[in-house]
Design a binder for this molecule. Structure first.
Ligand SMILES: [Zn+2]
Ligand SMILES: [Zn+2]
Length: 862
């Protein structure tokens, strides 16, 4: 126990946080596979190593750290891993920028090396931010998806799913970003509003409206509604496509909206999802008008080599020239774009690899997972239910996990490597054996690579130690924390992959956090200039204030607006609490207090309130309501401990009263519990407070299981607290200073109270607690005139009237006569002209009488 005079006056978060971060050891946060404790494995999100750990990540990590620290204190063997989801386009683009090259200027291998180098550098920067936030990461479970030991597992999972019939290769329309030159999954298409022109033109005598005239070359049919009278005569006929001249059939289909445009539509391969649907349903031919780079193909004749926009303008100009463009309307449209680069996507038919989406399996597993908050479950269910296309997992990029297959150059047979040889790059290595089907030794290595979600959707399998030899003993994980923006991707794919590879749900529960919005309420973005970097907050207010902001922002799952005021309030709470700790420790350490019972009423009251707070915080953390937990701690500290309790018992603490020891014991218990309750939220601050009066680290203490029931103390204590506050107000209203002598109070309560003199010391009064009613003597004390009545009624006689009333004997005042005599004239007493006043006395001494609820208080003023 340190002596009180060594406690610094001010809490310097910079010095304290830095010191503890240097003192704490990583090993204390390691998951111990041989531990007999129950496990608590957290499937943390692996962020993309951009080099900046943004505030949205930081919020999510605050939540994770609260859980990890709380569960450790509750006796769990916790795994809080840190992964890095490395592959993907943004890094490729950055590398091209940094080195001033395009990916085709160097070998694939060299390009990957450059990407890896940049990624490692970025990971280094982000690790530093994680440490600065005070997160209790298990660094022995760090994983980096681009390293061979990880992507070996990605490849293994691919081969297993291929063998199990989940994965197939097919030519099928896919969403394609022509800027990124890669297929993307449906979940990666975002929809944006856009203004465009609806062009009405003559299509071989029929008016058709289209927003995409550049797809005219890809037109394979025209469709009308079967009940549309205007077009009934066209059923079964063929039309000639303007400018291109090929014949297309006219189809009748109930999905056509007769009220849109002219009511007749072109079917092109492919303008949208509906085109794909019709193309399949009517077995229409495939006409590819746009290639993977977004250029018009040879099919487009003189428009070949133009991009879609150039082609559109050229075709419209030619329509105009031919006199077939009738009119144009401006319309609002939602257009699908690439979620990474915002380029409008094209639907291209390509040979790609797919994973079968078995919605029933996924929904079944989803039902067996607890969702926090519960309504987020619906988002995943809706997505799984409306899934029409399988998951396209092949990408035409470089910095990604290679698809580990070859195809036989002679017969086309797919050849896979031995699992023991993984990881492999089929573009650099060759199969060990000739083709099993035709014996050929010529192979073509697969150039396509895997979608990065293929890496990250096995995060939980990776951390639990999956190696393909069965389900790991520590699988499933206990919780998956993640943002709601990646429910359709990361959560969905993880469930899909876990079910496919283990037949089980990946986690017991999933905790979904909201997004962080800028101070202006909008999504943080460079263009709005409303981005707040966690480092900015850390430098100005420290990690613990930042963590409190994360906890208090809003209910779990809701978006949270960044607000400097909340950070400032968090920092002030620490200052306030530090002052409380200093005061308490100064008192506790004044003289040694032996162990013993807590006896005084208010001390028992404090412990009863503390026990309720502990239960409230525990319940909040069990259900991941971090804001409720921290609010309960703050309210208890500020209101109950500081404003009520300490203000009331200060006098006893300063005294040599026999009951002083009871207060010291109650305060020690309270401080001990508060440090533990605060440890998950503000580890540096809790550790620093703890170190002032306890040995060891608060972080390895057990969670307070503090039960203290004392219904009587709670009821009577509440009574004393509210009475004291009322009396203090009364004293103030009398114009007395708070510490001025107040006089003698007798407090009559329905049941006996013994507050060991705390209220008396707090009010600087003599206090006697009594039950029953006071024996009050009522003494007349003049009258109060109602001038609003007297003035108009008596006018000039008013003054004389009042003198006459004042001269009446006391007993007449209570029972006023009908008339009084003024200057020898009897004047009628107007109704409500005056009210008699009384004073009270006890045993002949004048007292003030206050009624506060069921309590009567008499005060003989000083
Ligand atoms: Zn793109
Ligand atoms: Zn072959």
């Amino acid at each position: 126990m340190s002596s009180s005079h060594t406690i610094p006056k001010n809490y310097d978060f910079r010095e304290v946080e830095d010191r503890w971060q240097r003192t704490w050891r990583d090993e204390d946060n390691y998951f111990d596979p041989s531990s007999p404790k129950p496990q608590f494995v957290i499937d943390t999100p692996p962020p993309y190593p951009t080099g900046n750990f943004h505030i949205g990540n930081a919020l999510n990590w605050c939540y994770i750290d609260f859980i990890a620290r709380y569960k450790r204190m509750c006796g769990y063997n916790v795994m809080f891993p840190q992964g890095w989801d490395c592959h993907g386009l943004p890094t490729e683009v950055k590398v091209e920028e940094i080195h001033g090259i395009t990916k085709n200027d160097v070998s694939r291998d060299e390009f990957r090396r450059m990407c890896r180098e940049l990624t490692l550098e970025n990971i280094g920067k982000m690790r530093a931010t994680l440490r600065r936030c005070g997160f209790s990461t298990d660094w022995s479970h760090e994983y980096i998806t681009m390293l061979p030991e990880y992507y070996r597992k990605t490849q293994l999972s691919f081969l297993r799913m291929l063998k199990a019939g989940y994965i197939y290769q097919s030519e099928h329309p896919v969403n394609f970003c022509t800027r990124c030159e890669t297929a993307i999954a449906f979940a990666e298409v975002s929809y944006e509003p856009r203004e465009t022109k609806l062009n009405f033109f003559d299509f071989d005598g029929l008016e058709i409206a289209t927003t995409r005239p550049e797809l005219l070359a890809a037109c394979v049919a025209v469709a009308v509604h079967p009940e549309d009278e205007r077009y009934r005569h066209l059923a079964g006929k063929h039309l000639k496509v303007p400018l291109f001249g090929h014949d297309v059939p006219v189809l009748q289909d109930g999905a056509v909206d007769p009220s849109f445009g002219s009511g007749a539509v072109m079917i092109c391969t492919f303008g949208d999802k509906q085109d794909v649907h019709w193309w399949k349903e009517y077995d229409l031919p495939l006409r590819k008008a746009i290639d993977r780079k977004g250029m018009m193909t040879t099919l487009c004749g003189r428009y070949q080599g133009m991009n879609a926009k150039e082609c559109r303008e050229a075709i419209l100009a030619d329509m105009e020239k031919a006199g077939i463009l009738k009119r144009q309307e401006t319309i609002e449209q939602r257009v699908g774009t690439c979620w990474r680069c915002k380029t409008p996507i094209e639907i291209l038919s390509e040979r790609q690899w797919f994973i079968k989406v078995k919605s029933d399996e996924i929904l079944e597993a989803t039902r067996r997972i607890s969702w926090y908050p519960e309504h987020m479950r619906t988002r995943l269910e809706n997505w799984a239910e409306q899934m029409e296309w399988d998951w396209c997992i092949s990408r035409q990029r470089i910095f990604a996990t290679p698809i580990p297959v070859w195809s036989c150059a002679k017969c086309g047979e797919i050849v896979t490597p031995d699992e023991a040889d993984l990881p492999i790059d089929p573009t650099l290595e060759r199969p060990k054996r000739p083709c099993a089907k035709c014996g050929s030794e010529e192979f073509v290595g697969e150039h396509d690579v895997l979608d990065t979600w293929m890496d990250s959707s096995i995060s939980v399998l990776n951390i639990t130690g999956w190696d393909g030899s069965g389900t790991p003993p520590i699988f499933p994980a206990q919780i998956r924390p993640q943002g709601h923006d990646i429910i359709r991707t990361w959560a969905f794919y993880t469930i899909l992959r876990s079910v496919a590879l283990t037949g089980q749900k990946p986690w017991d529960s999933i905790l979904v956090n909201g997004m962080v919005l800028g101070e202006d309420g909008f999504k943080m973005s460079k263009s709005r200039n409303n981005i707040i970097a966690p480092e900015t907050v850390l430098v100005e207010y420290g990690a613990d204030a930042f963590r409190q902001w994360g906890a208090m922002g809003s209910a779990t799952g809701q978006d949270i607006m960044f607000n400097w005021n909340d950070v400032v309030a968090a920092s002030r709470f620490q200052t306030k609490m530090w002052n409380i700790v200093r005061f308490v420790l100064t008192q506790i350490e004044r003289e040694p207090v032996e162990d013993g019972p807590v006896t005084a009423l208010l001390d028992r009251w404090l412990l009863a309130k503390l026990a309720k707070t502990v239960a409230e915080v525990t319940n909040a953390l069990e259900t991941y309501q971090f804001d409720q937990g921290l609010r309960a701690i703050r309210d208890f500290t500020k209101n109950i401990l500081a404003d009520d309790y300490i203000e009331l018992v200060k006098g006893r603490l300063y005294s040599d009263d026999a009951e002083r020891a009871s207060a010291c014991r109650a305060l020690t218990t309270t401080l001990d519990a508060l440090c533990r309750l605060l440890a998950p939220y503000v580890p540096h601050f809790a550790e620093e407070c703890w170190a002032q009066f306890r040995d060891g680290s608060v972080l390895v203490q057990s969670w307070p299981a503090f039960a203290y029931e004392d219904e009587e103390a709670e009821r009577l204590g509440d009574h004393v607290v509210s009475l004291t506050a009322e009396l203090r107000r009364y004293k103030h209203d009398l114009g007395l200073a708070l510490n001025a002598p107040f006089g003698n109070l007798t407090i009559y309560t329905p049941e006996p109270v013994d507050d060991v003199g705390d209220a008396a010391r707090a009010l600087n009064a003599g206090i006697a607690w009594r039950t029953g009613e006071p024996r009050l003597e009522k003494v007349p004390a003049g009258v109060e005139f109602n001038l609003a009545v007297i003035g108009p009624a008596l006018r000039k006689q008013a003054k004389g009237f009042m003198q006459a009333v004042e001269a009446l004997p006391a007993d007449r005042l209570q029972n006023p006569p009908a008339t009084v005599s003024v200057d020898g004239v009897e004047i009628a007493v107007p109704e409500n002209a005056f009210t008699p006043k009384f004073a009270y006395a006890v045993e002949g001494e004048a007292v003030d009488v206050l009624t506060i609820g069921e309590v009567t208080v008499t005060l003989r003023r000083a």
